[in-house]
Design a protein around this ligand. Structure first.
Ligand SMILES: Cc1cc2nc3c(=O)[nH]c(=O)nc-3n(C[C@H](O)[C@H](O)[C@H](O)COP(=O)(O)OP(=O)(O)OC[C@H]3O[C@@H](n4cnc5c(N)ncnc54)[C@H](O)[C@@H]3O)c2cc1C
Length: 476
């Protein structure tokens, strides 16, 4: 049998909406869209196994087209999975149950740059780097400096509530949103209020930030942008003691300095990742500090921050090791130095308040290292994305010689994640800070939210009555 009747029927209906060139059912395309950047599916493919593939890859050109695609999906009960750049690391864009994969990259237009209010309105499929280049031409910048900017999209920044390198001063991607256009699973095209701060009822805009495509498709967003800063100062400080370094960061934030970055590597990361990428062989906890804006204010803030570090035993290493980090900040995530197969690894990042963060770090490290000692697991971390009340821990586990059998490797990976997440939850952490929940962490949502979880399930049912949107993700 050459053709399947239902598949050809639905394909032709999709082609009527977007045009023949913008629908693919080719085996090679379907294979490409069967994995994102998560370790699990990549390992699965690496071991010669097959993954679930989408039935149709559709490249929509407008919100109206997506609305019509929703009609088809509801009629035939097909899953719809939004796909931005596919750079997600939690399996959020994996087409677990086949269906329609919406590749958003054709919707890549900049609609307006408002140089008075400092906003940009763009379609959600625009590539992060392309958007940044266009803003830079006008002396502006979107201050969401994700290490994945070259391969991620605006919608992909917002859907999992991403966080970029300079978030400590400028906020998470979600903090930059003014308003969004969204296509609901029922096909309605809605717009959230034009400004984020008001008192016209509850802030329902935020429902779609963190929904990871389970409550609809973000098709357009207006984002707050900034002037490119007049000056930037980078500096590095070395602490013998991680605890004192954490306290220095806490003091800077609670006393309302405005560093655009505080990146604090634990001694294990300092000795391995920092050494491999920047070439410094330090013992202790390496901290990078950055201040920007008006040169006088930035210099004064840097001076105050260095005083706070010195009070706690931090040794000023000067600007050079700070700038070297800044210039190589994304190298940590790309070949040849990134974590990659055949290693097993996972980023179990979390966030909590200052009173709990250190205990959480040690508890997670102990649980992972002692629980999986026979695999020579390494646990490393850095603290980035600092708030007035707490800080994010970017923790990772690494096994250099994992099991070769795909099923055994999958089980071990899940067991380590489970151990890490139990330690996080038992110590007051959130199961994620910026990569999202995706497929990987859905099983912890009930535990994370307790009695609030059934309420979230009811919201999902109300917004997506047929359960078509990105099934199996975010615990839905
Ligand atoms: C090398 C590397 C570095 C990274 N660095 C960072 C970093 O610094 N900060 C950070 O936050 N993350 C980082 N990530 C994780 C990831 O890249 C980001 O979350 C990124 O923003 C995802 O964007 P994307 O367009 O690739 O989304 P995808 O991976 O395509 O999708 C992610 C999720 O969002 C949903 N989605 C995508 N577009 C839409 C839309 N328009 N409407 C509704 N739902 C949608 C998908 O269904 C999926 O659930 C990194 C990843 C890699 C591989």
């Amino acid at each position: 049998m050459k053709y399947s009747f239902p598949r050809e029927m639905i394909r032709s209906e999709l082609e009527d909406i977007v045009g023949q060139h913008f629908v693919s059912v080719e085996e090679t395309d379907r294979l490409v869209y069967s994995t994102d950047w998560s370790w699990m599916p990549q390992m699965w493919l690496d071991r010669g196994e097959r993954l679930p593939m989408p039935d149709y890859i559709v490249h929509p050109g407008s919100a109206e087209e997506i609305s019509e695609i929703m009609d088809i999906a509801n009629k035939y009960h097909l899953p719809v999975v939004p796909w931005g750049g596919g750079s997600g690391t939690q399996g959020g864009a994996l087409p677990m149950f086949g269906g329609i994969l919406l590749d958003m990259k054709r919707m890549n237009k900049i609609i307006e740059i408002d140089e008075v209010s400092l906003t940009v309105t763009a379609q959600a499929g625009i590539n992060g780097q392309q958007l940044e280049w266009a803003l830079n031409e006008k002396g502006l910048t979107l201050p969401h400096y994700a290490a994945s900017a070259k391969c991620a999209t605006l919608g992909g920044y917002l859907a999992p509530r991403g966080t970029g390198t300079i978030s400590t001063k400028y906020g998470k991607a979600e903090d930059m949103v003014m308003s969004m256009q969204i296509v609901l699973p029922t096909g309605e095209i809605i717009r959230t209020p034009p400004v984020p701060q008001h008192a016209a009822g509850p802030d329902w805009t935020r429902l779609w930030l963190g929904a990871e495509g389970t409550l609809g498709v973000i098709t357009e967003a207006t984002m707050r942008v900034e002037y490119i800063p007049e000056s930037r100062l980078l500096r590095a400080v070395l602490f013998d003691d991680l605890s004192k370094a954490l306290e220095a960061g806490r003091r800077m934030m609670t006393r309302r300095l405005h560093p655009f970055v505080i990146r604090l590597y634990d001694p294990a990361s300092t000795k391995t990742r920092v050494k491999a990428i920047l070439g410094y062989d330090f013992d202790g906890a390496y901290m990078v500090l950055g201040f920007d804006g008006d040169p006088d204010i930035a210099a004064l803030e840097e001076e105050k921050a260095l005083e706070m570090c010195a009070e706690l035993g931090g040794r000023d290493l000067g600007p050079e090791p700070g700038w070297k980090w800044w210039n190589h900040r994304y190298d940590f995530y790309y070949p040849p130095i990134n974590l990659k197969l055949p290693w097993m690894y996972g980023t179990t990042e979390t966030i909590t308040t200052y009173d709990k963060i250190e205990k959480l770090y040690w508890a997670e490290k102990k649980a992972v290292e002692e629980g999986f000692a026979e695999w020579n697991v390494r646990f490393i971390g850095h603290f980035s994305h600092w708030f007035h009340w707490g800080v994010m821990l970017y923790s990772r586990f690494i096994i250099e010689e994992p099991p070769q059998d795909a099923r055994e490797a999958l089980r071990l990976h899940n067991r380590i994640w489970n151990t890490a997440m139990q330690a996080v939850l038992a110590n007051g952490g959130m199961i994620n800070e910026h990569h999202g929940i995706g497929l990987k962490l859905g099983r912890y949502m009930r535990k994370q939210y307790g009695d609030a979880w059934p309420f979230l399930l009811r919201l999902k049912k109300m917004i997506d009555p047929n359960g078509i949107m990105n099934p199996g993700k975010v615990g839905f």
